[in-house]
Design a protein around this ligand. Structure first.
Ligand SMILES: Cc1cc2nc3c(=O)[nH]c(=O)nc-3n(C[C@H](O)[C@H](O)[C@H](O)COP(=O)(O)O)c2cc1C
Length: 333
């Protein structure tokens, strides 16, 4: 399906059309992460990829059919908790930022663009949506963090499964049960999933060089989906303070935190994750994500890494500053 064992995982934020295209041209398979994109942006990003490469690529979304009902008192408390940080960065704190849901329109945009593969995380799209992808000739890949989730995805009729181990950077894809219980290491998860499903399994989490690519292939995966190793790629949109932190790593001190988005994600610890560690006034996703959007944006603009979501997997000290083609060559060595 991918024609290569090396896949650029969807990495919203650092991911760019340029990175996706460069990976495809260097013989890998690139995903474009569009979970935060309006349909117009999806169309523009795809046009950019197609202007740079003729190779097939994939698009990724979060499965978020509707917003959970808003609890205004909870939102007020979560916003109040963030107020000192917002003030510290000079951000107007008078309004409570709220999310909008464009999932249905995103799905339409992806079907219209007809990428080779549609990948998703945080759940399973409806039967109708999956049928539309099938009819359009677009392969589907769902993210599983446990055997139970892999079984549910196979039963829903997806074409392949991305088994996301606990080492992975970014959000946990867990959609059945608690994300901390879904934090199974790649070494355990991949063979467990390979043994229970009949469809191809793609491994993700902690794969950052040729040795770990070979390891997951030996565990039965057909390919390795790699995010963190591309965070310092020349073509990535990773901000300067984020790059700096990735480069000056003394150990793999990543944490699972809900502080930025209300959903567990792995990133490098900073002042915000530390001070919010035991906080109960965190709004559910995607409300918390909306509440911290400005904080993260201004933090990056100010070159301040203490309020940025520094998503990174446990192998982040192995990420190198290089072109995507050079990173692919290393992963294949
Ligand atoms: C910065 C960053 C952003 C991510 N964004 C997404 C995303 O938009 N959609 C998604 O399905 N997974 C996302 N992930 C998870 C990756 O697709 C993948 O599972 C993970 O990077 C693999 O583990 P690794 O980081 O150890 O390579 C993201 C990961 C990172 C590091």
């Amino acid at each position: 399906m991918f024609g290569t064992p090396i896949i650029l995982a969807p990495i919203a934020g650092p991911g760019t059309p340029e990175l996706t295209a460069a990976v495809c041209d260097a013989g890998g398979f690139g995903f474009l992460a569009s979970p935060y994109s309006a349909p117009e942006k999806i169309h523009a990003d795809v046009a950019r990829i197609r202007s740079l490469t003729k190779k097939p690529f994939g698009i990724n979304l979060f499965v978020q059919p509707e917003l959970p009902p808003a609890d205004d008192a909870m939102l007020e408390r979560a916003h109040e908790r963030l107020r000192p940080y917002l003030r510290e960065l000079g951000i107007d704190t008078s309004e409570i930022a709220r999310p909008t849901n464009v999932y249905a329109a995103q799905i339409e945009a992806v079907i219209e663009e007809k990428p080779a593969v549609f990948s998703f995380t945080f759940g399973i799209p409806s039967v109708d949506i999956l049928a539309r992808f099938r009819k359009a000739g677009i392969a589907t890949m769902g993210t599983a963090t446990t055997v139970e989730e892999a079984r549910a995805l196979e039963e829903a009729g997806v074409d392949c499964i991305c088994a996301q181990g606990a080492e992975a950077g970014g959000h946990r894809g867990t959609f059945i049960g608690d994300a901390r219980e879904g934090a199974v290491g790649t070494m355990s998860l991949v063979p467990l999933v390979v043994d229970v499903v009949k469809i191809p399994v793609i491994a993700a989490g902690g794969i950052a060089d040729a040795r770990s690519v070979r390891a997951v292939l030996a565990l039965g995966a057909v390919a390795a989906s790699i995010g963190t190793a591309f965070l310092r790629a020349h073509e990535a949109g990773t901000s300067a303070p984020y790059r700096e932190r990735l480069a000056n790593a003394s150990s793999s001190d990543t944490v699972l935190t809900k502080a930025f988005s209300g959903r567990y994600a792995r990133g490098i610890a900073n002042r915000f994750t530390r001070e919010m560690e035991h906080e109960s006034n965190i709004a559910p996703t995607p409300y918390q994500n909306a509440l911290t959007t400005e904080l993260r944006k201004v933090s990056a603009q100010q070159g301040n890494r203490e309020f940025l979501s520094l998503w990174a997997g446990q192998s982040f000290p192995m990420a190198r500053e290089a072109s995507a083609a050079e990173i692919i060559a290393q992963l294949r060595a």
